[in-house]
Design a protein around this ligand. Structure first.
Ligand SMILES: [Zn+2]
Length: 81
């Protein structure tokens, strides 16, 4: 049964953003910056990093899928459940 699956991107940008997010979270706390501001900033960076880091692919041919609403794979024409 074909389905849209998530996989890790081979680029390190997402990982970098995750790292910066954690740095902001802990660094801001250490420097005594408003904890709410650093928390929102850090979590936003981590969220962006996560969405950049994970990509959607077809389970049959591993072709990139734009979003979860796609019904048919453009590469192998399999239909998703
Ligand atoms: Zn496919």
């Amino acid at each position: 049964m074909a389905e849209i699956t998530s996989t890790w991107k081979k680029c390190n940008l997402g990982l970098l953003l995750e790292f910066v997010g954690i740095l902001v979270l802990f660094g801001g706390y250490e420097l005594g910056i408003n904890p709410y501001a650093t928390m929102i900033c850090g979590l936003t960076l981590m969220l962006i990093g996560m969405t950049r880091f994970i990509k959607l692919v077809c389970s049959e041919c591993q072709n990139n899928v734009d979003d979860k609403d796609v019904k048919i794979c453009t590469a192998c024409n399999v239909s998703f459940e």
